[in-house]
Every structure is written in structure tokens, then in C-alpha cells.
Design a protein around this ligand. Structure first.
Ligand code: FE2
Length: 306
């Protein structure tokens, strides 16, 4: 019996793969905070297997019901520096008409803190007629695809992640975006040392923890760090390890933030685009040698002086 049929017998929904290594669409389900424990477990199992899960036609959700559903998968947490929407526990709005919302660089969310979110649940509120897709990559598949000597190297490496990364990676960021970055996003500077390979707490898989919030590798010069970063990151973003989603209004997409990176394609010009995201608290990453990530908080002034 296929997994989809098994799921369907238990929960009433079906799972349709969207690419070989990552991504599945779940159909025949109406998301809410009132789903059975069995259905929530099946959704979590589907997420662990496919890393990113897509749901069409969830236009009935408002912020409250969106968070009620997300809360069934764990504790909701606010962003460390950005304000959450009024009346919500964790909801961030990414609005193309406001600053700092075009995340057109490869990253895992909020890796500048130690226990970064484990799951994000994103809802399409205003979707332009063309452009604005999101691409996700499977960082467990990327690790598995490395030749053994590079796996061993990755197992040993640690990297420093910060919210005060080089914002030239923000592509064509406007003056207003840069001001938002300086005044809101980096009003407190965080730096966290993560293992480049973490052991996933639920699946036991080894996943790569990198992305454009990385400043450098621990104990390696900036020059050599950049070359190593490019090498590992190129495996993460190889097209075979990715899936691309063309949003429609009312879509909900969930991803396992411990096993993915994502990239918001900035190809919708001046069209209006709004998505809203609830996030679920994560665990402090653990290396293959059972060492935990370490976070340091620096004030903005200290960071500028150093
Ligand atoms: Fe993101």
C-alpha cells in the first residue's frame, strides 16, 4: 500500500510528491486548529519525510486560525528582533510594499540564534499574477550527496552565523530596506556558532547548517572560509536538491527549518505581494560529536567597534 493511501485511510488526505528529493503537496485537507491528533501527527510525519509541504485552497484561514493550526505542532515564538503582528504570538508579515521583505538569498530562518525555529508555516495573502515563487532545498540530501571526504570535513566544521551579515547579499536592496535592516533587524546583534552538520532531533539525519547568514567558519580565515562556503553551498542549491512553488492566494506552505534552506525569487517587480508566517520554537542544534551550538549577544555598538 502506498504511503498516500495509508495516510488517506487514517486522515483523509493524500500526499503527492512534487520532486524526487524534496517537496510534496497535501490535498483533501482543510487546515485548522481542530484537526485530530492523528492528522497532526500525519502532517508532521509528511513534513519530516518531504521537508516542505504545500497546501492549496486554505483561504478560510485568518491569522488566528493560522496560529491555532501552527500551535498544534509546537510552541509559537516571536522573531528575535522584528515585531509580530498585533494580537498574535509569532506572526510576521512580509509585505513587498514595506521594507526588508524580499529574502532573495539562500538561508535557513533565524540561524543567528541557537535554538532557531524548527518549523515555519507561511500563508499566501496577496499573490501577484506572475513571479514571486519560493525555492526550497533539502540540506539532508545535500549532505548525503557529498563525497565521503567532504562529509568528514563538514562534520568537523563550525560556522558563525549573524543577523549582521553583509547586506550586499540583499541584491537590489533599496535605501529604505537598508535603513530597516540597520534600525530594526539588527537593533541587537546576535552571533551563534553552529556545527556545519547537525543531527536532526526527530529523524536522526545529518543536515547542513549554512546559508547567507554565515559570517565565517571557526578557526579558518575569511578567504578560505569563502571558498569552503561556496563549495558546500553549491551542493545545497544544486537544482536536483530543490523544489520551486508557484504561489496562489490562500496557499499554505510549511517547511522543516532544520533540514532546508529557501530563496524568495525577486522577479515580481513592483507588484504587491504579502505573505504571513507563524514559526514554531526549535531545539539547539547538536553536532555529530554531541556538542551544542553556542550563542553570543552583542550590542550594536560593540559590533560596530569590533
Ligand atoms: Fe526566510
Amino acid at each position: 500500500m502506498s504511503k498516500a493511501k495509508l495516510d488517506n485511510n487514517v486522515t483523509g488526505f493524500n500526499v503527492i510528491k512534487r520532486a524526487a528529493r524534496i517537496g510534496a503537496e497535501v490535498v483533501n485537507i482543510k487546515l485548522s486548529g481542530d484537526l485530530s491528533d492523528e492528522t497532526i501527527k500525519a502532517i508532521n510525519d509528511t513534513l519530516l519525510e518531504h521537508k516542505v509541504v504545500f497546501f492549496r485552497d486554505q483561504g478560510h484561514l485568518d491569522d488566528d486560525e493560522h496560529e491555532r493550526f501552527a500551535r498544534r505542532l509546537g510552541k509559537l515564538v516571536p522573531h528575535p528582533t522584528m515585531a509580530v503582528s498585533k494580537g498574535t504570538a509569532s506572526m510576521i508579515e512580509l509585505n513587498s510594499e514595506r521594507c526588508g521583505s524580499r529574502a532573495d538569498f539562500w538561508h535557513t530562518d533565524v540561524t543567528f540564534v541557537d535554538a532557531y525555529p524548527k518549523i515555519a508555516v507561511l500563508r499566501g495573502v496577496v499573490i501577484p499574477p506572475f513571479g514571486g515563487d519560493t525555492v526550497w532545498s533539502n540540506t539532508a540530501a545535500a549532505y548525503l550527496g557529498l563525497p565521503k571526504p567532504l562529509q568528514r570535513l563538514a562534520d568537523e566544521l563550525w560556522a558563525v552565523h549573524s543577523n549582521a551579515y553583509d547586506y550586499t547579499v540583499m541584491g537590489n536592496a533599496s535605501q529604505a530596506d537598508r535603513q530597516h535592516f540597520d534600525e530594526i533587524y539588527t537593533r541587537t546583534i546576535y552571533e551563534t556558532e553552529h556545527p556545519v552538520v547537525r543531527v536532526h532531533p526527530e529523524t536522526g539525519e545529518r543536515t547542513l547548517v549554512l546559508g547567507d547568514l554565515v559570517l565565517r567558519f571557526v578557526g579558518i580565515s575569511k578567504y578560505d572560509s569563502q571558498k569552503l562556503f561556496d563549495l558546500f553551498q553549491s551542493h545545497i542549491t544544486a537544482p536536483e536538491n530543490t523544489v520551486r512553488w508557484n504561489w496562489k492566494q490562500g496557499d499554505v506552505v510549511m517547511w522543516d527549518n532544520r533540514a532546508t534552506q529557501h530563496y524568495a525569487v525577486n522577479d515580481y517587480g513592483n507588484q504587491h505581494r504579502v505573505v504571513r508566517r507563524a514559526v514554531i520554537d526549535g531545539e539547539v542544534p547538536v553536532s555529530v560529536e554531541s556538542r551544542r551550538s553556542v550563542m553570543r549577544i552583542k550590542s550594536a555598538k560593540q559590533a560596530q567597534a569590533s
